[in-house]
Design a protein around this ligand. Structure first.
Ligand code: 1GP
Length: 250
């Protein structure tokens, strides 16, 4: 998957990931969503969240496996969320924070299990961005997000992450964020790193998706937006198509 993401970045191809929060997934809604992916393609499914209260990862992934060939990527909050039936895992180092547990501690616990899991490991610099309210992930990780209006700080953080060898950068305003990651910040990060950039949190309209992609995101992640309004999928699909058509024509 890393190769796909890198190629997309090189060619300018934009992609959509839908985040499924295992706690909130409703089987009927998921099946309805999957029935539309032929018409409105989804490039990746992310499965996870910072707090998961039941043993549901495997069931959600099983449903995906039955009905789609779209790659499934774990988006874990901690090593309890490792599920080998997925394809890959975002191995997140929370580089916007200063909590060593989320920079390296949890990774040490996870490493031997991941080694055996067969999952593709996607080393990711994870940057939380202040969205105006405290998000679950900020609370659980005990970290302060990057200031909303300091694109330069985000750029330096991403640069350092890339120098440390991280292969992807994920700018996240947090689940259900009131305001998404600002375009200026995405553009500032885009300017200084060569890694693919993932952007998520609070993308609940075609316009917000467009702004993130235009600013330099390679992959956008949408969770709550589609959950609350399934009609957002066709809208997002049209935005992505618009970007990708212009590449083909170029
Ligand atoms: C959160 O980036 C994801 O970690 C997606 O957020 O649910 O707000 O789309 P939303």
């Amino acid at each position: 998957l890393l190769t796909i993401l890198r190629n997309n970045k090189l060619t300018g191809r934009k992609a959509l990931a839908v985040l499924l929060d295992p706690d909130k997934v409703e089987q009927d809604a998921l099946i309805a969503l999957l029935s539309r992916t032929g018409q409105y393609p989804i490039d990746f499914f992310l499965v996870g969240g910072s707090l998961v209260t039941d043993y549901v990862h495997r069931d959600v992934i099983a449903t995906l496996r039955q009905r789609t060939t779209t790659p499934v990527v774990l988006f874990p909050g901690n090593p309890l969320h490792i599920e080998p039936s997925a394809d890959a895992i975002l191995f997140l180092s929370l580089i916007s924070g200063r909590n060593s547990d989320f920079l390296i501690g949890q990774h040490v616990i996870a490493a031997p299990l991941l080694k055996k899991s067969g999952l593709e490991i996607l080393p990711t610099g994870y940057m939380l961005v202040d969205s105006g309210t405290q998000t679950t992930v900020s609370y659980i990780s005990g970290t302060i997000p990057l200031p909303y209006d300091k694109p330069g700080v985000a750029a330096c953080t991403a640069m350092a992450g890339e120098m440390l060898g991280l292969q992807l950068m994920y700018l996240d305003a947090g689940s259900g964020a009131r305001r998404p990651v600002p375009a200026e910040m995405i553009a500032a990060v885009r300017e200084v790193v060569d890694t693919p950039i993932i952007v998520g949190g609070g993308i609940n309209s075609g316009e917000k998706a467009y702004n993130a992609l235009k600013a330099g995101a390679d992959l956008i992640v949408v969770g709550n937006g589609i959950e609350q309004n399934p009609e957002l999928l066709p809208e997002l699909s049209a935005v992505i198509r618009e970007f990708n058509q212009s590449i083909v024509q170029a």
